[in-house]
Write a protein that binds this ligand. Structure first.
Ligand SMILES: [Zn+2]
Length: 422
């Protein structure tokens, strides 16, 4: 057996042992298995159905040709924008769920993301809308939106870290190939959180970046934010040793003669903390074509996990332009950013184009504030100028009868006029 094969076997075995040890690591996989997209990838399902009849040169679809040709065209340019790949995608979904062409499938076209929204309001009727996004790292429509949302929702906890440590753990080239699995990534991230907790940190957050700066090459590295400060050289070496032992079996490190690279820094400066948080929350898998199988496998993968105790009061405040996150922070906690009162969200979704017609304020992260729909309360009605009508007053009759009385009066008066004239 060659060296690399042995490394491969050990690594996968080590990872799978740990996978079985923590039942929740199976969750991303089993959840992925349930999604129509993943189930539909099975070629057997498609062949078994055998319902799709195709003619030479005609796209493989069971939509009517007229409809299909319309769908293929870009509504803006009129050019054909959907290629054969998407025909397959369509069929995959159609094969398993003909009644519900799932939204995520359409989002591959890059058009549907953000087209629906939910609305909510506080007890005073202050309305807010949230556009729904696909949350995929490679979605060019919502990548930045999702990053903002991630930052906003993590801040509630990360604001509790007084002195913030930031480590980046990089894995050697030789083992990266085995890390193209959500299960392994989940195990490694959990092992890291445990190692940091074991070292004595109370608050630990970690999140994967899948690709480097320029992408294309798979380069998984784990970002860790924690409540850490200065360590002596000796302590730092000890800590690195602990992390390395927990994340990479020593047998493998010896065989490949390489180890994890760990970069470490710490700060108390709010600006720098915010820059780190923003960087950690960025999307790194920005082109699906870099690794389509991994992209598919990552559907439903929960990236970015907290460990430890997060019940403290905030230890630092956002400064300068970072203050814009205060409004979003409130929304992620479920409060209206202006009134500070709890928002009750409706279950119905609405097309965003319809909602957007009304005047609104964009507060970022695809959240929008709408003016209060209810009219302001009016002053009490003044009833003092009303008088009671006498019983025989015509105005006490209903309108129809009043009109009838008026018509008869008109007739009588004409007759009188006629009689006078004659
Ligand atoms: Zn999206």
């Amino acid at each position: 057996m060659t060296d690399s094969r042995r490394v491969c076997r050990d690594y996968v075995e080590a990872a799978s042992r740990r996978v079985s040890a923590f039942s929740h690591f199976k969750t991303p996989l089993s959840r992925a298995e349930l999604t129509p997209e993943v189930v539909a990838v099975s070629a057997i399902t498609r062949e078994c159905r055998g319902e799709v009849k195709t003619l030479p040169g005609i796209a493989q679809t069971n939509l009517s040709q007229d409809l299909w040709q319309t769908i293929r065209k870009d509504p803006n340019t009129g050019k054909i924008s959907i290629d054969h790949d998407l025909v397959d995608n369509y069929l995959d979904n159609e094969a398993t769920s003909p009644s519900t062409l799932s939204l995520p499938a359409l989002q591959d076209f890059g058009r549907m993301c953000g087209s629906l929204a939910v609305v909510g309001e506080d007890e005073d009727g202050n309305r807010i809308a949230k556009r729904l996004n696909c949350r995929r790292e490679w979605c060019s429509d919502c990548r930045l939106v999702e990053r903002r949302r991630r930052i906003a929702s993590s801040l509630t906890r990360l604001l509790q870290i007084d002195c913030m440590g930031y480590d980046v753990i990089t894995f050697p080239q030789e083992v990266r190939i085995f890390m193209k699995s959500p299960a392994v990534l989940a195990v490694k991230a959990k092992q890291a959180r445990r190692a940091y907790r074991k070292w004595g940190y109370q608050k630990v957050f970690d999140r994967w970046h899948y690709f480097g700066k320029n992408g294309e090459k798979y380069h998984p590295h784990l970002n860790v934010l924690y409540d850490g400060g200065y360590l002596s050289e000796e302590q730092f070496a000890k800590k690195k040793d602990l992390i390395r032992r927990k994340l990479l079996p020593r047998s493998i490190a010896k065989r490949i003669k390489k180890d994890l690279v760990i970069h470490s820094d710490y700060t108390q400066d709010p600006k720098l903390k915010m820059r780190w948080i923003s960087y950690v929350m960025k999307a790194s898998f920005i082109e699906k074509s870099w690794d389509r199988p991994l992209a598919d496998a990552l559907k439903g993968f929960h990236n970015g996990c907290f460990a430890g105790f997060w019940n403290d009061a905030p230890k630092w405040k956002l400064t300068g332009t970072d203050k814009k996150f205060n409004a979003l922070l409130n929304v992620t906690k479920g409060f209206h950013p202006v009134s500070g009162k709890p928002i009750v969200w409706e279950k119905t979704t609405y097309p965003w184009v319809l909602l957007s017609i009304e005047n609104h304020v964009d507060i970022g992260g695809w959240w929008y504030l709408f003016p209060n729909e209810r009219a302001p309360p009016e002053g009490r009605l003044d009833l003092t100028n009303l008088i009671e009508l006498p019983d025989d007053d015509d105005r006490k009759h209903p309108n129809e009868i009043q009109r009838e009385i008026a018509r008869h009066r008109e007739l009588l008066s004409r007759r009188e006029d006629y009689e006078l004239a004659s």
